[in-house]
Design a protein around this ligand. Structure first.
Ligand code: IMP
Ligand code: MG
Length: 408
């Protein structure tokens, strides 16, 4: 079985935790897009890990993990991350592999990325990790792939500074090199988990362009980013939070108003620990946006949804979620492409009764309070997609499954 996990919002939906949870039944975990702009937080036995490039499956001692062709890899940051894992007792040697088609980020890309964003009339709010530069070099056909470290003519063209830098990592990188298409073929009878980064709404094509990242964080990216065809993907899961967050700039129709909804915003931000793993920035917070979520379900053919952070509402009397946009007096339920329309959109909110109980100990759907189930079922009806897994806390075991994606 091949199971894909994507973020169904603007990233930070809790994918890291869900990948870690589902990785138990996978033999291999493959990350397929993005680079060190991602930040996946996983808590195991009270210990917190922040991963940026290494797939979350690494925390299991026996799993092999792969960095796919759709990724842009920063070697220096990667080896720092691996060193951090080793210091924490995670033995990664012999378990981390990189597609020979993955592109590399050079140190100068980081400053180029920041300068370019600063010079924009409408900055995107990039993480400044060189992601956009690496992907644009790739599209220009001037990028540098892992396999190219063995291409003598190409290496001879590099300037001295880049060459010195790459020489520090060359042997180690090449020792991790794999042909991912042949590996995927070899493992075709095994369970493989494909880990997305960022989220559907940050995808270069289906996201809120130009306020997006530069990779294919959509479900289809799992195919192009791992050297297989879309036909091979058996189950696609979209992870979403019970509310909305976004880091960086760009439209967010359901964002809380910092003045009139400031208290609610701060409550959600603090209870949900909504501060960036990669940049430490406070995340923008808002009401669950069902218009955007249904779009994400459709544009990615999601088979099921994973709901995280449901426990955020434990103490609230009432919950609200956005079921349509009011755009200059017109009611809209299809997610618009036009940024002016998205900026003008006012959320049409539907109210739900709170449950006023802690969900932390809840390990089955039956045990969820009635009002929590009503909220979940409304989301399922609205999006036309079943909620297969629910997370009620940060720990690996604070999760329960209604539909196991590994079973056909
Ligand atoms: P870049 O990918 O660093 O160029 O950032 C582009 C936009 O995507 C910015 O608004 C970032 O804040 C956002 N972004 C990139 N990666 C992530 C992520 O993993 N989680 C949330 N937002 C992200
Ligand atoms: Mg994150």
């Amino acid at each position: 079985m091949k199971v894909v996990i994507i973020g169904a919002q603007w990233g930070d939906e809790g994918k890291g935790k869900i990948v870690d949870y589902l990785a138990e039944d996978a033999k291999y975990v493959v990350r397929y897009s993005g680079g060190p702009n991602a930040g996946h937080t996983i808590v195991v036995d009270g210990k917190q890990f922040a991963l940026h490039q290494v797939p979350s499956g690494i925390l299991y001692p026996e799993k092999k993990v792969f960095l796919g062709a759709g990724m842009v890899i920063d070697p220096e940051a990667l080896f720092n991350e691996l060193a951090m894992l080793k210091e924490n007792g995670i033995n990664w040697e012999g378990r981390v592999f990189i597609s020979d088609r993955a592109h590399l980020i050079l140190p100068k890309y980081r400053s180029m990325d920041k300068e370019r964003d600063a010079s924009r009339k409408r900055p995107i709010g990039t993480t400044g990790r060189g992601i956009g530069i690496a992907y644009s070099e790739k599209s220009h056909r001037d990028g540098l792939r892992l396999a190219d470290l063995d291409w003598k003519e190409k290496i001879a063209d590099l300037d001295a500074e880049d060459l010195d830098y790459l020489n520090k990592y060359r042997d180690q990188l090449l020792s991790m090199r794999v042909d991912l298409t042949s590996k995927m073929w070899e493992y075709r009878k095994d369970n493989i988990l494909f880990e997305g980064a960022q989220g559907a709404m940050l995808d270069i094509d289906s996201g809120t362009y130009p306020y997006v990242s530069s990779g294919a964080s959509c479900a289809a990216g799992a195919a192009t980013g791992c050297g297989i065809g879309p036909h091979d993907l058996d189950h696609i899961l979209g992870v979403f939070k019970a509310y909305e967050t976004r880091v960086g700039n760009g439209p967010m129709p359901t964002e809380f108003n910092e003045t009139s909804e400031g208290e609610l915003c701060q409550y959600v931000r603090d209870t949900g620990r909504e501060y960036g793993v990669t940049t430490g920035r406070a995340r923008r917070c808002g009401y669950l946006d069902l218009v955007a979520l249904r779009y994400a379900c459709r544009v990615n053919s999601l088979d099921s949804l994973v709901l995280t952070h449901l426990d955020i509402y434990d103490e609230m009397d009432q919950i609200e979620a956005c079921v349509a946009y009011d755009i200059n007096g017109k009611i809209v339920t299809d997610f618009p492409a036009n940024v002016d329309e998205l900026n003008a959109a006012k959320p049409v909110l539907q109210k739900f009764q709170g449950w006023k109980a802690s969900l932390k100990e809840c390990r089955s759907y039956k045990k969820l309070p009635k009002n929590a189930r009503a909220y979940v079922e409304f989301i399922e009806d609205y999006t036309g997609t079943p909620v297969g897994i629910i997370s009620v806390g940060y720990e690996r075991d604070e999760t329960f499954v209604r539909k196991n994606p590994w079973k056909k």
